[in-house]
Design a protein around this ligand. Structure first.
Ligand SMILES: [Zn+2]
Ligand SMILES: [Zn+2]
Length: 276
């Protein structure tokens, strides 16, 4: 059974209003033993229709103090870990190096939300690169970013772009892609993860958004296994209490079918395997 949710947000993220204690209560109600809060830090985030460009600048001292208080409040009931989700983008990497030198985290997620100066959640990106072109550009960008910055523990939602795939006019299009059409850009990412002893995150928000699969999709997870990848972390990416541990049972069934026997939990930037 999956007893840890290692990707979730709180009101310290620009796109969540959830108080930390409500996320913790939801985790307890789901029978979890461990949570890792991973609020967003997306520096040099572009202008978007929904808010100012500093919407994802994390107030790290305040955030860490609040997570520490939560940890103390739930001591003996729930393990609370301090994480961060770094949105990798070329200009932001020097600042992330400084942040990780200055502040201690248990767990660091690396993810890509912004490609070529666009948040891919919005149609402007897809106007430039419609459909699968945009998906391809996203994977290329991911490889560039991780080659430039390896100070994270788990690569988050590897095919997130598929979740928000749009055509030139910003209309959602079929969000299922064939791994074989992208293996030339995904394989190097998977190999990099394995060679650098990182974990690959299995993000269950894909279920929540009706994809029917987690991110990355099963073909990618299967390929990761085939290449020798074992290290995975699991997260709901919950922005609201009802999203915590979302479809974890379904995810576990998938992962065990694919041959995974353990998931990893991080503390002090060190991962420990836990059997399903
Ligand atoms: Zn993310
Ligand atoms: Zn997230």
């Amino acid at each position: 059974m999956i007893l840890a949710d290692c990707h979730m947000h709180s009101l310290f993220s620009g796109d969540s209003e959830a108080p930390l204690a409500e996320q913790a209560e939801a985790a307890l109600a789901k029978g979890l033993e461990t949570i890792c809060i991973t609020d967003h830090e997306d520096l040099f985030y572009p202008e978007i229709p929904d808010g100012p460009s500093d919407i994802f600048d994390l107030d790290i001292p305040a955030y860490q103090a609040a997570v520490r208080a939560l940890r103390d409040q739930y001591a003996g009931k729930l393990n609370v870990r301090t994480g961060i989700e770094l949105g990798l983008a070329p200009q932001a990497l020097p600042s992330y190096r400084d942040i990780l030198e200055k502040f201690h985290f248990d767990f660091v997620l690396g993810s890509i939300h912004v490609v070529d100066g666009y948040d891919i959640y919005y149609p402007d990106y897809w106007r430039e690169h419609p459909g699968e072109q945009g998906l391809r550009r996203y994977f290329e960008c991911m490889l560039e970013q991780i080659r430039a910055f390896d100070n994270f523990d788990s690569l988050s939602h590897l095919d997130y772009a598929a979740r928000v795939l749009m055509d030139q006019d910003g209309n959602p299009v079929d969000r299922h892609y064939r791994f074989s059409d992208f293996s030339d850009v995904i394989d190097p990412v998977l190999r990099w993860v394995i060679d650098h002893d990182k974990a690959l995150e299995v993000n269950t928000a894909g279920y929540k958004y009706g994809l029917g699969v987690p991110n990355p999709q099963p073909e990618v997870l299967s390929r990761y296994r085939e290449l020798g990848g074992e290290k995975i972390t699991i997260g709901s990416d919950g922005h609201r209490p009802e999203h915590i541990a979302y479809d974890f049972k379904r995810c576990e069934d998938l992962l065990t079918t694919l041959g995974f026997r353990y998931y990893w939990i991080y503390q002090d930037r060190t991962g420990t395997p836990v059997a399903f």
